[in-house]
Design a protein around this ligand. Structure first.
Ligand code: AMP
Length: 501
């Protein structure tokens, strides 16, 4: 039975998809979470009846003209019976009541998640969010909010910044004054603040066994900050799914996020795999293989025929009625688990940066930014750090060029940022880009430094347009005029690369 409609986050491509969501969708979410909890507990056993500090947020649900309830997948799930059943089955309970999750104002919800997480700090067995961005965002807020949080714990009060009446009521019903806990938290914060919050998580949550969240793909850039907060606490990569369907479960929780694979659960949907070949390879019976911008495709094959080492795009035929729906992700088969393929998430398929014959994906951009961010860190003695980034191909100038926006924390001299800009330009290895740069048919890369809080403004812009924090992914490339306006208005300095000069 079709019961709901779903908006996907749509943040990767800047537009929201509208896909159906049914009772079956909520049940597969329950299955995914209980399955992955079982695998995790083999490696990192947790106490029964313990708490989870979950940075989760649901958005608004509303009715379509046809009478379906619409909202994001996570919104439906948190409102469903399955969310409650999952907690009972896994014997782990979220610190925050539903009124906090569904308050509809992510800043206020984050405050309450933190407050309740601290209030139950001795019972917290692990910390989680759907995407790791959510955890990093929450701890960045914590750096600003900790004094107010301590004050509330000391007096059993709730800051006046929390305005949503139902949430206020629900939180005040739970917390009571706890002087000694407030003093303990205050002591820890004073100690770790001077170390730029290094090791904050295990200090505040001494019984936490791990941090669990999606850390792959576009979430990888946040790992550095998370590792800083977590100081060696295991990071367990979350499972692989989309608003259309769940796909796979992380059955090797001890694998580092950089090499994690997801075992496909064949009953979630009917999975087909479109073989992808880079740079117009010959591909077997490829006389009718369709050439795409970035890859050459072969005919889709069923799950039982996939090969280790091959890259594919997944097509889903779902129980909600989607027929051969392409997911837009590139995955690679890394091995098998009891006969089902284990997938490495490679990147979003769509090319994100292209001016003419050059082709660069999200993964290429990520690698280039990572290289330059080492320069930023090493030449500023770890004082400066990349907070977030995005990019676009500026075609309004002649010749066009790549523009990369960075928000940084800490201080960096202009000459360091200048080298970062040049480093990024030189680090794109795509042949089309290198040739175009050498022949000046693409201009020098521009690094724009934006003011502190710019990426929060971008998040707010998405949230104002109906996205939820839970499913938010910073777009790594954007043509969205609203975002470009924010980015340009917040640009403080521009550094043009001198590579290929
Ligand atoms: P949404 O559009 O909000 O439904 O998000 C689905 C998309 O999020 C997928 O198509 C992937 O691009 C991304 N995603 C989901 N799970 C993972 C994962 N474990 N690793 C990397 N990316 C993921």
């Amino acid at each position: 039975m079709l019961s709901h409609g779903v908006y996907s986050s749509g943040t990767t491509e800047g537009r929201q998809k509208f896909v159906p969501f049914t009772r079956h969708s909520a049940q597969t979410t329950l299955e995914t979470f209980t399955l992955s909890a079982a695998y995790r507990s083999r490696v990192y056993p947790i106490r029964e009846g313990g708490k989870i500090l979950e940075f989760i947020y649901s958005g608004n649900q509303f009715k379509t003209k046809g009478g379906l309830i619409a909202g994001t997948a996570t919104t439906h799930y948190y409102a469903s019976e399955e969310f409650r059943i999952k907690q009972e089955r896994t014997k782990s309970f979220t610190c925050s009541p539903y009124e906090v999750i569904s308050a509809g104002d992510y800043k206020q919800s984050t405050y309450c998640h933190l407050l309740l997480g601290l209030f139950f700090s001795h019972d917290v067995e692990f910390i989680t969010s759907a995407f790791v961005y959510g955890i990093v965002q929450a701890f960045r807020s914590f750096e600003e909010l900790w004094r107010d949080l301590c004050n509330d714990i000391r007096h059993g009060t709730l800051s006046s910044r929390i305005k949503v009446p139902k949430m206020r009521e629900a939180v005040l019903e739970i917390i009571t004054a706890n002087q000694s806990l407030a003093s303990r938290i205050e002591g820890i914060c004073e100690e770790v603040e001077v170390m730029d919050w290094f090791g904050l998580i295990p200090k505040l949550w001494p019984n936490a066994k791990y941090v669990y969240s999606i850390m792959t793909g576009s979430m990888q850039p946040y790992l550095k900050r998370l590792r800083h907060y977590a100081n060696g606490l295991p990071l367990v990569s979350g499972d692989y799914g989309s608003s259309e369907s769940w796909i796979g479960v992380n059955v090797d929780p001890s694998s580092p996020p950089e090499s994690v694979t997801f075992a496909v659960v064949p009953t979630f949907s009917y999975f087909e795999f479109i073989p992808l070949y880079r740079h117009k390879h010959s591909c077997g019976s490829s006389h009718d293989a369709a050439a795409d911008d970035d890859f050459v495709e072969d005919k889709p094959i069923p799950l039982s025929k996939v090969k280790v080492g091959q890259e594919y795009e997944i097509a889903l035929t779902t129980f909600t009625g989607l027929y051969r729906c392409r997911l837009g992700d590139v995955v690679e088969v890394g091995g098998f688990h009891n006969g089902t393929p284990k997938l490495n998430f490679i990147c979003r398929r769509k090319l994100i940066l292209t001016v003419n014959i050059d082709k660069n994906t999200e993964k290429d951009l990520q690698a280039v930014v990572e290289k330059a961010s080492y320069i930023l860190q090493s030449q500023t003695n770890n004082n400066a750090e990349l907070v977030d980034f995005t990019s676009y191909a500026d075609l309004t100038t002649q010749p066009g060029c790549y523009v990369i926006f960075w928000e940084i924390k800490g201080d960096a001299h202009d000459h360091v940022l200048q080298s970062c800009s040049t480093e990024m330009d030189a680090a794109f290895v795509d042949y089309g880009y290198v040739v175009s740069r050498k022949t000046s048919s693409i201009g020098p890369l521009e690094l724009c430094i934006v003011e502190k809080g710019t990426f929060k403004k971008i998040l707010d812009c998405f949230v104002a347009n109906g996205a939820t924090l839970g499913q938010f992914k910073t777009p790594r490339c954007t043509n969205n005029p609203l975002l470009l306006n924010i980015l340009h208005a917040c640009t403080l300095k521009i550094f043009r690369s001198t590579a290929y000069a």
